[in-house]
Design a binder for this molecule. Structure first.
Ligand code: ADP
Ligand code: MG
Length: 316
C-alpha cells in the first residue's frame, strides 16, 4: 500500500465535519477559520514506542493516548479542542495495526468533535506526533502562572490510576477490566473541566508527569509554594485494592500519564466552583493550599509536615 492509499484508507474519514474547517486533508496545508473573538491555542506532543507506551500495547489504545495527551494540554489552557494534525512514523504498513490505531484515534476525536485536518506519514521506528489546535475566548486562557497565597489547590479524578495500570500491564496482570488499566490505555482528557474552570481557576496545569512534578511547575511559574494534605489525596478504590497503601500514595503523588488537571481557586470563587461542579464532567477534590513560602510540603494524617524528599519520592 502506498502512502496516499494508506492516508485515504485509514485517515480521511474520521467522521468529524466542522463548519470552521475551510480546507482539510488533501492539499498542501489545511485552511481553518478562527472567529474574531477567539484566540488559537496550539500544542504538540510525541509518543515514542518503548518510551511513552509498551511497544506491544493494543494499537487502539496507542491512537487514543496520543490524541488524549494533546487534548489534555488544550484542556489545561481552558481551550475547546477543534483541529489536529497527525504525523506518523511507522516501521511498516501493518493493516491490522492501522485499522485498530485509527479506530482508537477517531473514537476519541469524535467524542470531542475534533477534526483531523492533515498530517504526514513516514517510514521509521514507531512514533506518533500530534499537533492540536483549540479555541479560547480572547484573554481567557488559563496558565500555570496566576496562583496566589491563600488559593485552594484542586485535582480532578483519581491521580495514580494510570501509573498503577501501567505497572499492572508490565507485571503481566494488565486485565482490561481493571479500572486502572483502563485509565492507562484510555485516559479521558478533561476538556469539559478545562472549559468550565475559565473564570474560576487562577492557574492550571495537566498532570502528565505526576502530581508533585507538575504542581511544582505551576508553583514555580506562579512564584509561590504549597502544602498538600496527604489524607485528602483522592486515591481510587481500584488503586487501593491493587496495591498497599504506601505504594498507592506514592503512585498518586508521582505516577504520570493520568492527564488529570491540577488547578488553584481563590477563596472568593469557591462558591462559584461548587455551583459549576456538575458541568465539569468529573470529580474535583481539594488537596491543599497555596502559600507564600516557595516549595512543596506534605502534611500527613498526624499533622506532621514533611518535605517531598523526606518521603523518598524521586520525581524531578
Ligand atoms: P505534502 O507532500 O504536500 O506534504 P503529503 O503527500 O505528505 O503532502 O500529504 C497529502 C495530504 O494528506 C496532505 O493534505 C496531508 O496533510 C495529508 N496527510 C498526510 N498524512 C496524514 C495523516 N497521517 N493523517 C491525516 N492526513 C494526512
Ligand atoms: Mg507531507
Amino acid at each position: 500500500m502506498d502512502e496516499f492509499a494508506l492516508i485515504r484508507r485509514y485517515f480521511t474519514d474520521g467522521g468529524v465535519m466542522r463548519a470552521d474547517t475551510v480546507l482539510g486533508i488533501g492539499d498542501d496545508a489545511a485552511v481553518l477559520r478562527v472567529p474574531d473573538d477567539r484566540q488559537l491555542v496550539v500544542t504538540t506532543d510525541s509518543l515514542v514506542s518503548g518510551v511513552h507506551f509498551p511497544a506491544e500495547l493494543q494499537p487502539d489504545a496507542i491512537g487514543h493516548r496520543a490524541l488524549a495527551a494533546n487534548l489534555s494540554d488544550l484542556a489545561a489552557m481552558g481551550a475547546e479542542p477543534a483541529w489536529v494534525l497527525l504525523a506518523l512514523t511507522l516501521p511498516e504498513a501493518d493493516e491490522r495495526w492501522l485499522e485498530s490505531f485509527s479506530e482508537g484515534f477517531f473514537r476519541l476525536a469524535r467524542s470531542h468533535h475534533v477534526a483531523l485536518v492533515g498530517g504526514n506519514v513516514a517510514r521509521g521506528p514507531l512514533n506518533i506526533t500530534i499537533t492540536a489546535h483549540g479555541l479560547v475566548p480572547s484573554g481567557q486562557a488559563l496558565m500555570r502562572k496566576g496562583a496566589r497565597p491563600g488559593d485552594a489547590v484542586y485535582v480532578t479524578g483519581h491521580p495514580g490510576d494510570a501509573a498503577a495500570g501501567l505497572k499492572l500491564i508490565q507485571s503481566g496482570h494488565g486485565d482490561t477490566s481493571n479500572d486502572c488499566v483502563q485509565r492507562f490505555c484510555y485516559p479521558e482528557p478533561r476538556a469539559a473541566a478545562g472549559i468550565g474552570l475559565r473564570g474560576i481557576a487562577s492557574a492550571m496545569i495537566d498532570i502528565s508527569d505526576g502530581l508533585l512534578a507538575d504542581l511544582s511547575h505551576l508553583l514555580a511559574a506562579s512564584d509561590v509554594g504549597a502544602t498538600l494534605e496527604l489524607a485528602g489525596l483522592p486515591l481510587s478504590q481500584t488503586l487501593l485494592a491493587s496495591y498497599p497503601a504506601e505504594t498507592g500514595r506514592h503512585l498518586g503523588l508521582t505516577g504520570g500519564d493520568d492527564y488529570e488537571l491540577c488547578f488553584t481557586v481563590p477563596n472568593e470563587r469557591l462558591s462559584e466552583l461548587h455551583r459549576r461542579v456538575a458541568d465539569l464532567g468529573c470529580e474535583v477534590t481539594r488537596i491543599g493550599s497555596i502559600e507564600t513560602e516557595a516549595g512543596l510540603r506534605l502534611r500527613d494524617e498526624h499533622g506532621n509536615l514533611k518535605g517531598t524528599d523526606s518521603l523518598g519520592y524521586r520525581h524531578f
